[in-house]
Structures are given as C-alpha cells and as structure tokens.
Design a protein around this ligand. Structure first.
Ligand code: DSN
Length: 499
C-alpha cells in the first residue's frame, strides 16, 4: 500500500524528473538536426493535444472517483514504464531460443525472466509446471487452452455467466452462441444454488457424468467465496476431465497466500495480470508437466500439455508476442514477493469484508452472506432497485461499479444486483475506516435512487429523465458527487500525475 501524501509528493518528483529526462534526450536528438527524427521525438502533449487532453481527463476521472469495478486496479509506475518502452518495437514470433526473426537476444532474456518470475510468484517447481507468458489477455489465454487441449467441438463445462462465470467459460443463450468458446466448442454450464448463491457441486457432478466434458473450468468473474478446488478435481477425475482453473480475479490474492491456491489440484491455470495482481493488461497460462497419473494396471501416463498449449498460443492463435507487456508481467510478478504486496492483498480482503458487513448493516442483502475475497455481490431486490438504476446513479456520483445478475435472476439484460470490488481502492490506500465512509456514500446514493425510482416508475429511461430534470434530485446528486470527489481526491494514485 502507498501512504497518501508521501506518494503524491513522490510522484510529483518522479513525474517531473521523468519529463526532464525525456526533454533532455529530445534536445540531444534535435542537435543532430534531423527534422524527421525531431518530429518523432516530440511529446504527445505537443503533437496531439486533443488526444492528450482526453487522456488527462480520464486520469482525472480515475483520481476523483471511487473505482469499485472488481476487475480493475491501478498499476505501478514500473509496469507503466515497461509498457511505454522500446520493447513495443520488436517482433519475436516463437519462444525464447526458437524465434523466427533475429535480434531477440534481450527479448529472450526478458521472456525467460517473466516465465521464471511467474513460476516463483506461485511457488511452482519448474519440473512440474511450465508457463506461457505470451497470451495477450485472459480471453485469448482461455481460448488457447481449449484450442490446444479440447478438439474442435469437444466439450467444456464452466460456471454460467449469470451465475458468476465468465464469457470465455462457454457462454451461450437460448437464442445465440455468444462467446466463441461456445461456437467452436460444445459447452454445458453448471450453476449456483439459487437459494444460497453457492456453487452446486453435486449438480455439477451429475451433469458432468452425463455430458462427459474434456475440461472443467473452476473460475469466476463474480463470486465472493473460495472455490473448492479439491472437489472440482474429484469431479474431474470421476469423468476423466482436465481441471482448468481461471484465477484471473484472484491471482493477486493467490500470490500473496491470502486465499487457497488452485495449483495443488489443477492441470492448467490461466490468469489475467491486471486485476488483483496489479500488473499490465496481459494473460498467462500455467500447465503441468511430468506424470499425469499411474493407471491401476501400473501404466504411467505423462502430461502432454506443454507443446499443445504453446503451439495453440503461437502459431495457432497469435502472432508476435507483445514484449512490452511480457516485461511488465516480469516486473509485476517480482512485486508479488515484496512484503508490501502481501500486506496490500490482506487489506483488499479486509476492505471487502468491511464493505460487505457495512452494507449489510444498512439493510442490503449480500449474496452468500458476505465475502472471502476482493468482491461482493449486492442483491437489490429487497430495496426495490434494479442493478441498472443503481449502477447509473453511482456513476453519476463518481462511484464506478457494474450491474450484475444475482442468483435467480431471469434476465441478464435487467439484472438485480451490483458487483463491488476493493482492489483499486486499496491500492489508493483506503483502509477499513475509509471503507465505512464509502459504505455511507453508497447507501445515501442508493437511498436517493429509491426515491427517484418511486417517482419515475420502473423504466430506466424515465428514471434517468427524472434524475436529471427534477431540480431537487439533480441537486442532491450533484452534492453527493462533490462529496465523493472531495473524498476520493485525498487518496494517492500510482503512475504519472497527469496521464
Ligand atoms: N471484465 C472482466 C471482469 O469484470 O471480470 C473479465 O473479463
């Protein structure tokens, strides 16, 4: 975590020294008298003020609002520096030591470092686990696994999207195959129990026995409880499936050891690196190597995941790896070993628990009754609000979150809940006492939403209209926005000051 004032001051210095450095190097170039080079070395703020202005506005929005989208975070300046480095210039199809182009001496070293640090971040032994750090993000990582391991139209099972799963876990609706993972593979969802919001493992076992999937996915986008990886593995063993854990949301928590690790029971683990892990936008696939099992007849079966997954990433699905992202993954994985990172992840969970209990004490229903992690799902049906109305007014007062289905919802288009997360706020230094202020701000905003909704009736369009045209309501919204922004601006943010 960062202390508020020190970080602001520190980054003022960092930012100004960075700019001085940039300017110096440009002066050096301009003495060369090469006008073409000079123009390529001009700063964005000089060459494209229109775009720069938009970036500055986005930065200001990020600083002055409360970022509670559970999958977002504010990455470090070290990650930003990798992303803005010369590594973006290089093509390097293939793996270290087996590239299709020349000039990859240092790129190879960077990718090997990223692989090594990724394994170290999760305390994995290089004899038992391999890693591919080239996926551009989480969705391509998942698609690469299915492409490599599950044949076309082979069967996969993932938690249904409305129950807290992810699009790439095979999402489709009655009308349409939505995710490509349901177009090119046959998917069967498993569900949560609508009464308690918890994954129904017994039902998963029954369905898996009927469907006989090649791969089962243990992973979520909106689920606030620890997954039972042991149970998942038992179900996979029962039906002869691979267990792929998609730990994208919790990979920071896992690295810090504040939540159970999926590695013990999984054959494959995928993750993004920009959520709780707080790295760059990228993806990583871990796969097992060595002995898979010994049959009752004593036959040893080896894993054959490595080449299948590596070849699915390239040349199967991707071209040149994004080396600037890979370097940023390397430095983010290094950060996971710092005591500060572990402290941060503990605080993420404490903050989420505080948020859940605070909202519960104000009369809101938290799905599953609370959280073990960084995220919680608020069911708004008892306060007679929809997720869309709540999300809209929260955004109006500068609190960012997303509407979300809750167990039992009939329509994904008009969901009854909102998903809230604490990784981003915790990066800015908020602790429990600050979260209780956030609870109050959310509660007052939602109470105002209820009043507006009572006047507007059920339609979102009417609700928005009343919110903006009714003078009393719009004034109350503006007052809350000022309060949120004043509160939020007190906290620091890693990165450059202006952009
Ligand atoms: N958008 C991310 C999330 O919110 O979970 C995953 O794609």
């Amino acid at each position: 975590m960062f202390s508020r004032s020190s970080l602001i001051c520190k980054h003022h210095l960092l930012h100004s020294s960075f700019r001085v450095l940039v300017k110096r190097s440009f002066q050096k170039q301009s003495k060369m008298g090469d006008s073409a080079l000079k123009s390529l070395n001009s700063n964005l703020w000089d060459t494209d003020p229109e775009l720069y202005d938009l970036i500055k506005k986005e930065k200001k929005r990020q600083c002055s609002g409360l970022e509670m989208i559970a999958s977002e975070n504010f990455t470090s300046i070290a990650v930003m520096q990798c992303l803005g480095s010369c590594l973006s210039n290089k093509y390097s199809e293939g793996l270290p030591g087996q590239r299709y182009y020349g000039g990859n001496e240092f790129i190879d070293q960077i990718e090997i470092l990223a692989q090594k640090r990724s394994l170290e971040a999760y305390n994995l032994n290089a004899e038992e686990w391999g890693v591919n750090v080239q996926p551009l993000s989480g969705s391509p990582a998942n698609f690469a696994v299915y492409t490599g391991i599950v044949e076309p139209h082979g069967r996969i099972m993932g938690l249904d999207l409305p129950d807290g799963g992810h699009l790439t876990h095979g999402f489709f609706t009655q009308q349409k195959k939505i995710s490509a993972t349901s177009m090119f593979f046959e998917s069967m969802p498993y569900k949560v129990n609508p009464d308690n919001g918890l994954i129904d493992y017994d039902e998963l076992l029954k369905t898996a026995r009927l469907f006989k999937p090649k791969l089962i996915i243990a992973g979520t986008s909106c689920y606030s409880r620890v997954l039972d990886y042991k149970r998942f593995k038992e179900i996979c063993d029962d039906v002869g499936a691979y267990l792929m854990s998609d730990m994208a949301h919790i990979s920071g928590l896992v690295a810090a050891g504040v939540t159970p690790s999926p590695f013990e029971y999984s054959d494959i683990v995928t993750t993004t690196t920009h959520k709780s892990l707080r790295g760059p936008r990228s993806g990583v696939i871990f796969f097992r190597k060595g002995v898979r099992k010994v049959t009752p007849k004593g036959e040893t079966i080896m894993y054959d995941l490595e080449s299948k997954i590596n070849q699915a990433v390239f040349p199967g699905l991707q071209g040149g790896p994004h080396n600037h992202q890979i370097a940023a993954v390397a430095t983010a994985m290094k950060q996971t070993k710092e005591p500060e990172f572990v402290k941060y992840q503990h605080q993420v969970v404490s903050n989420a628990k505080m948020l859940a209990s605070g909202l519960e004490s104000r009369g809101y229903k938290i799905v599953t009754g609370g959280t073990d992690l960084h995220v919680l799902l608020v069911d708004l049906r008892n306060v007679k609000l929809t997720g869309s109305k709540a999300e809209y007014i929260l955004e109006e007062v500068s609190i960012a979150c997303n509407k979300n289905t809750v167990p039992g919802d009939k329509s994904a288009l008009n969901p009854s809940g909102i998903r809230l997360g604490t990784p981003a706020l915790t990066t800015r230094g908020l602790v429990e006492k600050d979260i209780s202020i956030v609870v109050d701000l959310i509660d007052r905003t939602l109470k105002l939403a209820i009043e507006i909704s009572q006047k507007s009736g059920p339609k979102l369009v009417d609700y928005k209209n009343v919110l903006h045209t009714d003078e009393v309501f719009s004034k109350k919204v503006a007052t809350l926005r000022n309060e949120v922004q004043e509160f939020s601006n007190k906290f620091s943010m890693p990165g450059y000051d202006e952009y």
